[in-house]
Design a protein around this ligand. Structure first.
Ligand SMILES: *[C@@H]1O[C@H](CO)[C@@H](O)[C@H](O)[C@H]1NC(C)=O
Ligand SMILES: *[C@@H]1O[C@H](CO)[C@@H](O)[C@H](O)[C@H]1NC(C)=O
Ligand SMILES: *[C@@H]1O[C@H](CO)[C@@H](O)[C@H](O)[C@H]1NC(C)=O
Ligand SMILES: *[C@@H]1O[C@H](CO)[C@@H](O)[C@H](O)[C@H]1NC(C)=O
Ligand SMILES: *[C@@H]1O[C@H](CO)[C@@H](O)[C@H](O)[C@H]1NC(C)=O
Ligand SMILES: *[C@@H]1O[C@H](CO)[C@@H](O)[C@H](O)[C@H]1NC(C)=O
Ligand SMILES: *[C@@H]1O[C@H](CO)[C@@H](O)[C@H](O)[C@H]1NC(C)=O
Ligand SMILES: *[C@@H]1O[C@H](CO)[C@@H](O)[C@H](O)[C@H]1NC(C)=O
Ligand SMILES: *[C@@H]1O[C@H](CO)[C@@H](O)[C@H](O)[C@H]1NC(C)=O
Length: 462
């Protein structure tokens, strides 16, 4: 697909290197892979993510006016997480009222249950639940029920991907509450689903009133009272097993390092189906379930998603890696997927083909983490398991000659996240090994071809 020969020529200054020749000597730092893996195992168990230490979802309530029996508030949800988005069917926000509040009306969102409103005879509230749960409206909501930044079916992009799409808002008219900031009580016990579990929300806290720009940008209004809730994500709450795994291969070895067996737990290994099963043609088999239970293709890893990193080429001044993401869930399409990779050479990414790429700088000084995401209308939708259930990229990196080496797994990523969840890496002793130089040159081309074929087969079925 890409003019690989010409690129190769340019990069090598006209001097061709074969796949198995080393264009560059191995002089360089010995990479302490074990030390790195050891640090990774120590990542804190708190709701803190080493690759996005400030990531949070902030929910802000701005009281815009008082009413006879309550107030009208604009509620804004900002997803400040760099790479974790809210995919369809989207967010749900819940809380418990502190007093006997009810929701008269809502714009841009709706409570999922009305609850018991039998006390009301003339005007019937939108919801009388003590602990309402609110969801976004769908994009085709009637115009008179919309609100700015609403009606995206609960889908929120991550801050790193698109800050303008990382915000949701709705308006809520509350009754039977305090009607001034003296009698007002803050709602309690906020919960956020995105769409599954994983978020924990802190208590609501009064903060200085926000200044809100009118839609035409010509007037600044000030909220009468503002409070914030901050929610953070913890993978341990979301699920006890990873949902994705990583496999490796390289041009210098015929060994393919598969995902660790049962990387994602093997609970569903008795409900999985083979990729060639005739069951897959049954109507309705691909319909997503309400509780998101997956229907996985049978594999040894039993993960919904596999990320494969292939160390593809070694040029004089550059090297090239290929990344493929494969979906093994027959019941799930991943919209606006994100892939986060940590590798020391990401400070010198020269070109990324067919994915968008953005460096993340969780700690301003270390530029070793980046986010990949699909191109709109091209590959930002990772289709359900099957022939179309994969997306791929190739990436060119300029070598820092003092650090680059093919030894000790240096060319493989240190951490990989898919959709904000950390993927399980193979154990270090399973990495493709670098043949010693005697073996290196005795490798025949037929062997490479055989291993390539094997790999293609393996990508399709494993
Ligand atoms: C939430 O994220 C925003 C944006 O990154 C940051 O400014 C804020 O300090 C964070 N809040 C907390 C409580 O971490
Ligand atoms: C009521 O609101 C005003 C204006 O925001 C503020 O100055 C005042 O401290 C508030 N009073 C109480 C009791 O919270
Ligand atoms: C908070 O919400 C959870 C789940 O909705 C519920 O089990 C718990 O009792 C609530 N706590 C309070 C104080 O309302
Ligand atoms: C809370 O709201 C204030 C005022 O709108 C805002 O400046 C601040 O960033 C918010 N805090 C968090 C943690 O999101
Ligand atoms: C299914 O997983 C269990 C562990 O959860 C394992 O003992 C069993 O061998 C697995 N079965 C198959 C067919 O892989
Ligand atoms: C499906 O593939 C497996 C091996 O991958 C093979 O053993 C089995 O016979 C195939 N089944 C069908 C129906 O083709
Ligand atoms: C995935 O998307 C395709 C095309 O939009 C659709 O036909 C299919 O039903 C979807 N699958 C699932 C599991 O939602
Ligand atoms: C981080 O690396 C990328 C290339 O991968 C580069 O474009 C960017 O300028 C670097 N940022 C900093 C702050 O060094
Ligand atoms: C890699 O990038 C860093 C800054 O991100 C730069 O200082 C350095 O010179 C680059 N190294 C190479 C070999 O291009």
């Amino acid at each position: 697909m890409f003019p690989e020969h010409s690129i190769r020529k340019i990069l090598n200054g006209g001097k061709g290197c074969t796949y198995l020749q080393q264009c560059h000597s191995f002089a360089g730092l010995k990479f302490m892979l074990l030390a790195i893996l050891c640090c990774m195992a120590l990542s804190p168990a708190a709701a803190y993510d080493a690759l996005d230490p400030n990531g949070n979802v902030s929910i802000r309530w701005d009281i815009m006016s008082w009413t006879i029996d309550g107030y009208v508030a604009a509620v804004t949800i900002n997803n400040f997480q760099l790479f974790r988005h809210f995919m369809s069917p989207g967010w749900s926000l819940g809380w418990s009222w502190a007093k006997k509040e009810i929701i008269w009306t809502m714009l841009g969102a709706q409570a999922t249950e009305q609850g018991d409103c039998s006390k009301f005879k003339i005007n019937i509230p939108h919801s009388c639940k003590r602990n309402p749960m609110v969801v976004d409206l769908l994009p085709d909501a009637p115009f008179n029920q919309q609100f700015s930044n609403c009606c995206k079916g609960g889908v929120l992009a991550s801050w790193g991907q698109d800050p303008s799409a990382a915000v949701a808002a709705f308006q809520i008219t509350v009754g039977l509450s305090g009607t001034s900031n003296k009698t007002l009580k803050l709602p309690k016990n906020f919960t956020l689903l995105g769409p599954g579990p994983g978020y924990t929300c802190g208590p609501a806290k009064f903060v200085p009133s926000s200044h809100l720009l009118s839609p035409d940008g010509r007037r600044k209004a000030q909220a009468l009272r503002t409070w914030n809730v901050t929610c953070t994500y913890s993978k341990f709450l979301a699920s006890k097993n990873p949902s994705c795994c990583v496999s490796f291969s390289s041009f210098y070895s015929s060994k393919i390092t598969p995902c660790p067996p049962c990387a994602c737990g093997c609970q569903s290994n008795n409900t999985c189906i083979m990729g060639n099963s005739t069951l897959l043609e049954k109507p309705g088999i691909h319909t997503p379930k309400k509780d998101f239970t997956p229907l996985l293709q049978c594999t040894k890893h039993m993960c919904s998603v596999r990320v494969h990193w292939h160390l593809k080429l070694n040029y004089e001044a550059y090297w090239r890696a290929k990344i493929s993401i494969t979906n093994f869930d027959f019941r799930r399409n991943y919209s606006q997927w994100t892939l986060v990779v940590q590798h020391p050479n990401l400070n010198n990414v020269t070109q990324v083909f067919s994915f968008n790429y953005k460096s993340l700088l969780p700690y301003q000084s270390i530029n070793d983490t980046g986010m990949f995401y699909g191109m709109k209308f091209f590959n930002d939708y990772l289709m359900e398991a099957g022939p179309y259930g994969n997306v791929q990229t190739e990436m060119l990196m300029q070598k820092d000659k003092s650090a680059f080496t093919l030894r000790q797994g240096w060319g493989f990523p240190r951490r990989v996240y898919f959709n904000g969840d950390e993927c399980m890496l193979p154990p270090p002793d399973e990495y493709p090994f670098l043949p010693n130089s005697a073996q290196l040159y005795s490798f025949g081309i037929p062997k490479v071809t055989a291993s390539t074929l094997l790999m293609v087969w393996w990508w399709m079925w494993w």
